[in-house]
Design a protein around this ligand. Structure first.
Ligand code: SF4
Ligand code: SF4
Ligand code: SF4
Length: 323
């Protein structure tokens, strides 16, 4: 994967978009303050453009910012992010003419936790992580270790269904081949292990997990599909939840959130990555994604010209109440 070439093309295109007044702001990635991290860069200043980066650590789904920004926006998206953007177009939360989409053909994002485990080293002990065709090379003091990419990508990337955005204005590289074709089962291993447990064990598992939830709302705030101006958790009349993070209310928050984003969730994995206490939230969101597909043959953000799942029905839908 030629990150350097894509990065140079991105900087050229982004600079031209600002200079020619075709956009008011650019939303992309810059290097984070910690090694092997990136952070969103939102700027209208041409002088910032050389800070834009593309590398295997650009995990944020930047489309979350589109409902908060005003004016015309040039936005950098990977395949899954582009699906979130399309979903926002379907919901009329974003106007197509107001965005210039800079698409990244995405080979997958590296999960640093997996690299640390495989290499037996912590972030600060790792000197370099580089992509080499079908493997990732990790340089540590005095040696280089090589791991197949399937072992170091995020679980959701292993099931990726759209690495190259379908909806874009400028594509920054050659279309990427989909790692998800061969690795769907690996993508779902942790979820399957949980589903295979008897119901009582699953109940006790989730009870323990939601006992740890801090109700920080990072999972909600980072999610492009969670765009309500006023979330039900903040309602006071009626008050659906107590503000104190008790496990029962935490569970209701997460179950309701997942119902609200069904048909909009693109399995981008951001909610799980954002959780400061590592609650395996993808086990819930990916399950809802699967249910939407099985019941309604609907995958979020694949086609901007069809109505959103939850704003339409067909006479063949399985639920009698909508007929
Ligand atoms: S899910 Fe696909 S498009 Fe999204 S980061 Fe992973 S590989 Fe890239
Ligand atoms: S990010 Fe984690 S801790 Fe915070 S509200 Fe969501 S589930 Fe709870
Ligand atoms: S629920 Fe999680 S995986 Fe789904 S779109 Fe929101 S942040 Fe992404």
């Amino acid at each position: 994967m030629k990150y350097g070439e894509m990065e140079q093309k991105l900087r050229r295109e982004a600079r031209a978009l600002l200079k020619e007044g075709r956009v008011d702001i650019i939303i992309g990635f810059e290097n984070g303050s910690l090694k092997f991290t990136t952070t969103p860069l939102i700027t209208s200043d041409e002088a910032d453009i050389d800070r834009l980066v593309i590398n295997p650590f650009i995990n944020n789904n930047l489309s979350v910012f589109l409902t908060e920004t005003k004016g015309r926006v040039g936005i950098v998206v990977k395949g899954c992010d582009s699906r979130s953007l399309v979903s926002l177009l379907q919901d009329n939360k974003v106007t197509r003419d107001d965005v210039v989409i800079l698409g990244i053909p995405c080979p997958g994002i590296i999960d640093l936790d997996k690299v640390e485990q495989l290499a037996g080293k912590e972030r600060d002990e790792i000197i370099d992580i580089s992509w080499a065709e079908a493997s990732v090379v990790v340089a540590v003091e005095g040696e280089r270790k090589e791991f197949p990419i399937q072992e170091v990508l995020y679980d959701n990337c292993l099931g990726c269904e759209l690495p190259t955005p379908k909806e874009y204005d400028i594509l920054l590289g050659e279309p990427a081949s989909s790692i998800g074709v061969d690795n769907q089962a690996d993508s779902l291993t942790k979820i399957k292990q949980l589903k295979d447990k008897p119901p009582e064990q699953r109940w006790s598992y989730w009870r323990n997990e939601f006992n740890r939830c801090l109700r920080c709302y990072a999972c909600r705030n980072i999610c492009p599909a969670c765009f309500c101006k006023r979330c039900f958790v903040e309602e006071s009349e009626p008050q659906w939840l107590l503000p104190v993070p008790k496990w029962q209310d935490n569970l209701i928050f997460q179950v309701t959130r997942n119902i609200h984003v069904v048909g909009r969730c693109t399995d981008c994995g951001e909610c799980e990555r954002a959780c400061p206490v590592n609650i395996p939230l993808r086990s819930l969101s990916r399950e809802m994604y699967q249910i939407a597909d099985e019941l309604f043959h609907y995958k979020a953000g694949m086609d901007k010209d069809i109505p959103p799942l939850m704003a339409t029905y067909e006479i063949t839908d399985s639920e009698d109440l909508v007929k």
